[in-house]
Ligand binder design. Structure first.
Ligand SMILES: Cc1cc2nc3c(=O)[nH]c(=O)nc-3n(C[C@H](O)[C@H](O)[C@H](O)COP(=O)(O)O)c2cc1C
Length: 324
């Protein structure tokens, strides 16, 4: 399939694996890229420029296809070494950077000068237009369904994608709630040029997370995610568990007095224990409503090939048949 996204990124299939904290290691990104999508290494998980460099080299040893790196800009207690991370990205020959969180303007000149394509992930039409105006090459539009940070507007992709498509000129990925060939065809119909998936890629053989995490996603339905940190205007969609209930209890009890410090036990530094340690109830972790559509643990190649063959069948048989 050829779309503006496959052309822009030089990939075979219009399927991208979004940056994921403590999931987006070399094994994950290389498996997605090698299967013809675009795999993305998550820079902030590696923390230092040296560790990011080593992870990119590791992924390079696993595939010769294009790879991306995610740079997330969130309010943090200690600021990461963004200039150092950008230098490593450029020196490593990475061709695509996914930015997310705050406005990526500060890193754009260096990335663009190196010929790197920048796709900014955002959750509203106004932020997508801002990304376009500052020179991003594409946007990844994350609907209310998505895992992680859906923003504060609560607009699902059925509305958000066509709204964004009506206003944007640059290519757009549909992000949030994407799982299969139906998602891809629907997203293309709504005006996107490809899909970005997070949760679906966690439940694959190559995802470098504990089997308990994969099983938790398989066991979950579309009813099993919760929104936390809404009172802090830092909303995150996570899989429901006892730690999430403790967070929601504190939010109710403290009301307007709530501060991020009140939630640190459940929120801060828990990812390694969840993702690699398999302690899935120890803290909060991002998961999308799409868990309700995930029922198996294929390889990334099996998943991507299946999405593409389902999409072709829907287009060639169902849709063409409907107008015949
Ligand atoms: C466990 C997990 C961690 C994530 N961490 C990040 C991150 O560090 N930076 C980022 O930009 N997005 C992050 N995301 C969001 C994904 O890149 C993607 O936008 C989202 O998962 C799309 O929604 P979906 O899960 O319904 O496919 C994370 C998602 C998950 C599931």
């Amino acid at each position: 399939m050829k779309t503006r996204i496959t052309e822009l990124f030089g990939i075979e299939h219009p399927i991208v694996q979004g940056g994921m904290h403590y999931v987006g290691f070399a094994e994950m990104a290389a498996a997605v890229s090698d299967a013809g999508g675009l795999g993305i290494i998550t820079a902030l998980t590696l923390k230092t420029p040296q560790a990011l460099k080593a992870e990119i080299e590791k992924a390079r040893g696993m595939t010769d296809k294009p790879l991306g790196v995610n740079l997330t800009f969130l309010p943090m207690l200690t600021q990461p070494d963004y200039p150092g991370l950008v230098r490593v990205i450029i020196d490593s020959g990475i061709k695509v950077v996914e930015t997310a969180g705050r406005n990526p303007q500060a890193v754009l000149p260096a990335l663009k000068e190196a010929g790197i394509k920048v796709v900014h992930k955002c959750t509203s039409v106004r932020h997508a237009l801002k990304a376009q105006s500052i020179g991003c090459d594409a946007v990844s539009v994350d609907g209310f369904e998505c895992a992680g940070h859906p923003g504060e507007d609560d607009i699902p992709n059925m509305i958000l994608l066509p709204r964004a498509a009506d206003e944007l000129e640059i290519p757009m990925l549909a992000s949030g709630g994407q799982a299969d060939g139906r998602s891809l065809v629907a997203s293309l119909a709504l005006g996107a040029d490809g899909i970005n998936m997070g949760t679906r890629f966690m439940a694959t053989k190559e995802a470098p997370v504990h089997d308990n995490v994969k099983q938790a996603i398989l066991n979950a339905t579309e009813l099993d995610t919760k929104l936390i940190m809404r009172p802090l205007r830092n909303t995150e969609r996570v899989l429901d568990n006892p730690a999430v209930q403790r967070v929601l209890d504190k939010e109710r009890q403290l009301g307007e007095k709530l501060k991020i410090d009140d939630l640190l036990d459940e929120v801060a530094g828990v990812y390694p224990r969840v993702m690699q340690g398999g302690e899935v109830e120890t803290g909060v972790w991002s998961c999308g409503m799409v868990a309700g559509l995930i029922n198996d643990i294929p390889t990334c190649k099996e998943l991507i090939d299946r999405i593409m063959s389902e999409a072709r069948a829907i287009i060639a048989e169902r849709l063409v048949g409907a107008i015949a």
